[in-house]
Design a protein around this ligand. Sequence first.
Ligand code: SF4
Length: 626
Amino acid sequence: MMGTKERCFRSLPEDISLEELVPKDNFYRRLEQRLDLSFVREMVEDRYAPSGRPSIDPEVFFRLQLVMFHEGIRSERELMRVVSDRLCVRWYVGYDLLEPLPDHSSLTRIRDRFGLSVFREFFERIVEECVEAGLVWGEELYFDATKVDANASLDSIAPRFYVEEHLGELFAEQELLSPQQEVSAAAAEGWDESPVAELHELPSAEDETLVKSNAAKDDWISRNGRQRREQKGVWYRRKADFLASKTDPDSSPMKRRESKGSHLGYYDHYVVDGGKARIILNALVTPFEVTENQPMLDLLWRTSFRWKLHPRQLTGDTAYGTTENIAALELAGIRAYVPLTGAGKARPYFSKEEFTYDPERDLYQCPAGEILRPKTFTAAREHIVYKAEPGTCGSCPLKPQCTENKSGRQVLRHRDERYVDRVKGYRGTFAYEKALRKRRVWVEPQFAEAKDWHGLRRFRLRGSEKVNIEALLIAAGQNIKRLVAARDRGPHKLAQAAALRPPDPVSRYRSQLTGRRPFGSRTGRISTGCKAPTASVRVLWSSVRASPPLPTPGGGAATGPASPTARGAGRRPPTCRTPRASPAMKIPFLPPRVCRRARRGGRWEACQSCPSAAVGGDLPAPIARR
Ligand code: SF4
């Protein structure tokens, strides 16, 4: 029998709360449990005035951005519709059933107010969480880039000078006030005694040293991926130097393999860790005209410096295998596992590979057995030109297979080509072949995931800065998915995790506090398949184990009861009653992985309210929380 559903809605009883309506195993509950976003308040503190009407909580803003990522939503208006409908999302954002939600237009204004630097910092804090959770290996890095359509039509293309003039008129810079005018304006508004007046004491634009050092600081990340238009090619001119889109002037025309015709687009570059979790360590969006090899070194140095990594190998596709990149990697002691192009193979003549180079005598031997010596040096391309003696090629029977040049065949060799020769030697080795196979399943599925599930097929925002914000949020969201799915394993590299935090003498004794066995001691291997600890790591661990216990605040050695998790005599219980920092630092917190309270509630406040804390009266006041 066919049933009939009565549509009957009664008002909810007053004692039901949203907390009870959201299922216990809901994804957003796990996300809330795993990721504490309270750090964003501190991150954006300087973006707000000290007084005035309270804004939307920045933590709520970032929660909404994560909801947008996880739900695959492409507009703020749609996002707020979903938040108002979905109980679990309302719960995650922190708004009660009948509480009015923020307006969608506020989210756009907040995003503009924060700017790209805040979103990059947010992304880096998420990577930091991944490092602390032991998801980053750091021994191998994988580079790749994917094409992403811009939110602009090819019909919007016009001559660049016209577009730039038009945009210049639209967004003309306001005339800046002189310092004297600013002081008088501040006095008129009653701000002359505020800290604003002290800002003039800070380094200014007249500080020549500062100007010089800032001018010298120029890389793809600091330029937000923008092209250097002032640099012109020697042999060709870029099409994007003449044409620009009126809708998105930072995008450039690109061809897609699967579709006919051109589109406007960008390249989204990823640096992915070689560990099992495949954490994205860096992301950058550049216009499509910027080839993959150009920002590679900037991304590598930034990634290595920021996360204190020293990778032993780097893998990328053919596009990354330029001589400049290979030389820089090999000089830094990083193995460049990149396939080489084999230039000239498509031509009907002998390829360069068929000429044998003698490094001792610095000459080439051609297939006919003749010697080619260095003749000239091309400074623009840093190439040395090798040629046979005049008349040799003219009388050679192999000349039809070698060249049609009347003056004979010439072979070009880059100044740093010895490093390329070394990379050629990697071919066929097990590690090289494994790295190239691994690249296909390490980075490319990340792009597929971002495109199929999280809207990376086409950017919804426009302009270099905003598309970078969008890409960083997607990359951060992908890392968060892995963070939520990961078990609580702890860092693989204790030194690395400790270095990301302020100085903390307790971290040296972490194994004693937690009862956890030191790095790799159980099986000799860790779950990502990285090698067993080196001899120096084993020596370090032996010294930590052999070192005397920490003194108690009273002055004597610790003699408290052993923790249920502590194994063996001499181990420290997991308590806050140990001195947690040098008196000069006045940092009384345990590493967040040890202190659960600190992890959940913010360090100062948690320690002050914690019954186990040995905090003194000289500590600063706790940070005010909502
Ligand atoms: S043409 Fe010149 S370089 Fe080529 S094989 Fe003959 S001698 Fe050698």
